[in-house]
Write a protein that binds this ligand. Structure first.
Ligand code: 6PG
Length: 497
């Protein structure tokens, strides 16, 4: 039988998915597992066979392989919805071109990749010229999330969302207040929200690595002690996916090593890779005049980690000058128990500052684009499935529900109280790290963010005076309205005589 006829003979699938790399394969199996018949397609056909075989093994799931774009599209019920999960950028355009040729007005393309939001906005208008609907959908949770329940951030056509809402709500992670999916808003809002999620993810990971650095190099904690501490933290206010996997990591032994010695974490080169969403977050923060110092610090730390050779050379140069990178830990006089508790508080307070920055960025973009983002709802869909899932997101959700116009998470009465309660430990940790030459760019950026935001008077008056002095940029006064300019040098000369 000819391919198209074969597809027609079989009952039509409810949805399709093209792009069967790790994320695509697992998401397709998840959809089939929830009882929705799904057609799958991939350019390299061995991936199709692999996915079909997995569907068979995992319980005869209703997943059907199609071997060319036409059969794939025609095997789906109208109005058709096709998820594509290929590398962001040009591959998405190529896949859309191959599939849309066979699609009809009213059909939908859903891009589930980490795409730059403006690419999605361009594709929305290209699709609409053909009568096609479009969603840019952030998908978070890695391989396991895709298979067992990711957090989904779909933005674009509301009608397209309604067409697949029942599927998305079943496929997403489930938490006590609902599935981790919601219609985000128009345009590229879904991709933008996912991008900020990733920026927060960068911040979280940096802060956790700093907590590790301080505990290891100031407190002298071993990997097994670190595993226990993180496991314990994961039962309290810090409970989250990233804290949980960190505890696991410290327990994993190096299998390369003979003689059963040492943990793998110590053998990993200290150079962080990245794909770019964190960089976009920081660029967007700058574009929108939103301070996001913790997220920026996490990005800078990744860049500096990449300079391994330069850092090794620098260590030698400074050693010759008498500045040795010598952590004869635990540093004498440090109360280990107190340090651990202080680091826990510093980590928590620093994270809250980082989430506040991310939320402010989302709000600013929402105002610029008219997306009407609901910050409480975004915190809710991040409670499960995604990489930044954490117990305290429920409290962030409630803070924005209590007051949708909240200027900053830090001034929500509950969070304000917590910040004040934790500032002693937080300051001790940052101070101790600085004194001992251990860089804590994320924790100190968060602390500086807090200290800057809470002060009613900053030294910005002096900067204004300088700007007016050399550039006649004018300044405002505290005691009356208006723009003022002063002949500073003339008056200064007069003052000298
Ligand atoms: C997720 C993750 C994921 C991201 C990786 C890698 O939510 O599942 O954010 O989408 O691609 O974490 O990001 P970097 O390579 O930039 O660290």
């Amino acid at each position: 039988m000819e391919g198209g006829a074969a597809a027609a003979a079989q009952a039509l699938s409810r949805i399709g998915l093209a792009g069967l790399a790790v994320m695509g394969q697992n998401l397709a199996l998840n959809v089939a597992d929830k009882g929705f018949a799904i057609s799958v397609y991939n350019r390299t056909t061995s991936k199709i066979d692999e996915t079909v075989e997995r569907a068979r093994r995992e319980g005869q799931l209703p997943l059907f392989g199609q071997y060319n774009p036409r059969d794939f599209v025609l095997s789906i019920q109208k109005p058709r919805s096709v998820i594509i999960l290929v590398k962001a950028g040009a591959p998405v355009d190529q896949t859309i071109a191959a599939l849309s040729e066979h699609m009809e007005p009213g059909d939908t393309i859903i891009d589930g990749g980490n795409e730059w939001y403006e690419n999605t906005e361009r594709r929305i208008s290209e699709a609409s010229a053909k009568g096609l609907l479009y969603l840019g959908m952030g998908v978070s949770g890695g391989e396991d999330g895709a298979r067992n329940g990711p957090s989904l951030m779909p933005g674009g056509s509301h009608q397209a969302y309604l067409n697949v809402r029942d599927i998305l709500e079943k496929v997403a992670a489930q938490v006590e207040d609902g599935p981790c999916v919601t219609y985000i808003g128009e345009g590229g809002s879904g991709n933008f929200v996912k991008m900020v999620h990733n920026g927060i993810e960068y911040g979280d990971m940096q802060l956790i690595s700093e907590a590790y650095d301080v505990l290891k190099n100031v407190g002298g904690l071993s990997n097994s002690e670190l595993a226990d501490i993180f496991a314990e933290w994961n039962t309290g206010e810090l409970e989250s996916f990233l804290i949980e996997i960190t505890a696991d990591i410290f327990n994993v032994r190096d299998e390369e090593e003979t003689g059963n010695k040492g943990e793998l974490v110590d053998k990993i080169l200290d150079k962080t890779g990245m794909k770019g969403t964190g960089k976009w977050t920081v660029q967007q923060a700058a574009e929108l005049s939103i301070a996001a110092p913790t997220i920026a610090a996490s990005l800078d730390s990744r860049y500096m980690s990449g300079l391994k050779e330069e850092r090794q050379n620098a260590a030698q140069i400074f050693k010759k000058e008498g500045l040795e990178e010598d952590f004869s830990s635990p540093i004498s006089g440090v109360d280990k128990k107190r340090l651990i508790d202080d680091v826990r508080q510093a980590l928590y307070a620093s994270k809250i500052c980082s989430y506040a920055q991310g939320m402010n960025l989302l709000r600013a973009k929402s105002v610029e684009k008219g997306w009407g983002l609901n910050l409480g709802e975004l915190a809710r869909i991040w409670k499960g499935g995604c990489i930044i899932r954490a117990v305290f997101l429920d409290r962030i959700k409630k803070a924005y529900q209590r007051n949708p116009g909240l200027a900053n998470l830090l001034v929500d009465p509950e969070f304000a109280r917590e910040m004040v309660a934790r500032q002693g430990g937080w300051r001790r940790v940052v101070g101790l790290a600085i004194q001992n030459g251990i860089s804590v760019p994320g924790m100190s950026a968060s602390l500086q963010y807090f200290d800057t935001y809470r002060r009613s008077r900053l030294p910005a008056n002096l900067v204004q005076a300088q700007r007016d002095y050399f550039g006649a940029h004018t300044y405002e006064r505290v005691d009356k309205e208006g723009a003022f300019h002063t002949e500073w040098s003339k008056l200064a000369r007069k003052a000298r005589i």
